[in-house]
Ligand binder design. Structure first.
Ligand code: NAI
Length: 333
């Protein structure tokens, strides 16, 4: 299939080309997909898109008008796709439902450990010849209470890993996962927020849970709580979180995602002025650790993403359908 691959980085080209084995005609485009770039897909059968590409009704209408029949997301989350509009335009949307939940779960625990033991600060200090321990005091994870919100593939693994550290793990999810119930106790969301020393978010972004962590949710939490979000930025009301950091309510914040990350992440902006004052305010706190949507970024995950994406395209080409087509699952999430 003639496929326009948007938001291409060097590693996308490398892994997708290897998995493709010449089966599809892949055209790699650096441009992010939005209303101004959708025209580039005219005449293609398929579009391959990533997390910060825009797939709203207007873009989907343009893609369908240009002859595109299938959108192959090379990611699990699909909050950036207007599925109703896709259906209306007869566009199939396929995704990679699972690639390496280990990659994201392990990165989550990495953020927890780094924040707790101030590894991000220690690294810089030691390089400058400063071996003082002042300000680096951490706490034992053993015996602490961790709360996992969303216990699908990734959340269940995070629960298991934190249980392995000796944490008491609380969980919240409208659908209880038996794999997670082995390591965690399911409780109502407000109880989780009130009891947890560490709260970690692992649910997809939906209209219902946008700003799940808002001023009210923060007010329920323990003083000095650690909040981790490796899921989707808009699960958190960033302004409320900044207020909680300033008041000391929030003791630690670890983010791999940010509400307005689309204009920032995945690019080298080190020679430019970042105009997002909310994001730059976050960067000023010593107890905030931000990574740029890299939790998925392991060799294993990229191989799996590429292989599944190519298999999705092949299945769609052969049958007009695909097991990883979004539809029923979208309603559940
Ligand atoms: P999954 O679909 O296996 O699990 C999501 C779980 O969240 C489901 O059990 C669902 O019932 C639950 N859920 C939905 N709404 C909820 C709510 N309001 N409160 C509590 N639970 C709720 O998804 P998976 O694979 O575990 O991924 C989770 C999220 O991680 C994805 O939706 C995506 O946003 C994010 N992600 C981030 C990556 C990164 O690189 N930072 C990479 C991959 C995924």
């Amino acid at each position: 299939m003639r496929t326009a691959v948007f938001s291409t980085k060097r590693y996308d080209r490398e892994f997708l080309t290897a998995a493709n084995r010449g089966a599809h005609d892949l055209h790699f485009l650096e441009a992010r997909l939005d209303a101004t770039t959708a025209v580039l897909a005219a005449g293609f059968d398929a579009v391959c898109a990533f997390v910060n590409d825009t797939l709203d009704a207007a873009v989907l209408a343009q893609l369908a008008g240009g002859g595109v029949r299938v959108i192959a997301l090379r990611c699990a989350g699909f909050n950036n796709v207007d599925l109703a509009a896709a259906q209306q335009h007869g566009l199939a949307v396929v995704r990679v439902p699972a690639y390496s939940p280990y990659a994201v779960a392990e990165h989550t625990v990495g953020l927890i450990l780094a924040l707790n033991r101030n590894l991000h600060r220690a690294y810089n200090r030691v390089r400058e010849g400063n071996f003082s321990l002042d300000g680096l005091l951490g706490f034992d994870l053993h015996g602490r209470t961790a709360g996992v919100i969303g216990t699908g593939k990734i959340g269940a693994l995070v629960a298991k890993l934190l249980h392995g550290f000796g944490c008491e793990v609380l969980a919240m999810d409208p659908f209880q996962n038996p794999d997670c119930a082995v390591f965690a106790q399911y409780v109502p969301r407000d109880e989780l927020l009130a009891r947890a020393d560490i709260v970690s978010l692992h649910c997809p972004l939906t209209p219902e849970n946008t700003h799940l962590i808002d001023e009210r949710a923060l007010s329920l939490m323990k003083d000095g709580v650690m909040l981790i979000n490796t899921s989707r930025g808009a699960l958190i009301d960033t302004l409320a979180v900044i207020a909680a950091l300033k008041s000391g309510k929030l003791g630690y914040l670890g983010l791999d995602v940010y509400e307005e990350e689309g204009d920032i992440f995945f690019e080298d902006l080190s020679s430019q002025i970042i105009r997002d004052d909310v994001f730059t305010r976050l960067l000023t706190f010593p107890n905030v650790l931000i990574t740029g949507h890299q939790a998925f970024f392991t060799r294993n995950a990229l191989e799996m993403i590429a292989a599944t994406t190519m298999a999705n395209l092949a299945e769609f080409e052969a049958t007009g359908g695909c097991a990883n087509r979004l539809g029923a699952v979208a309603k559940r999430n």
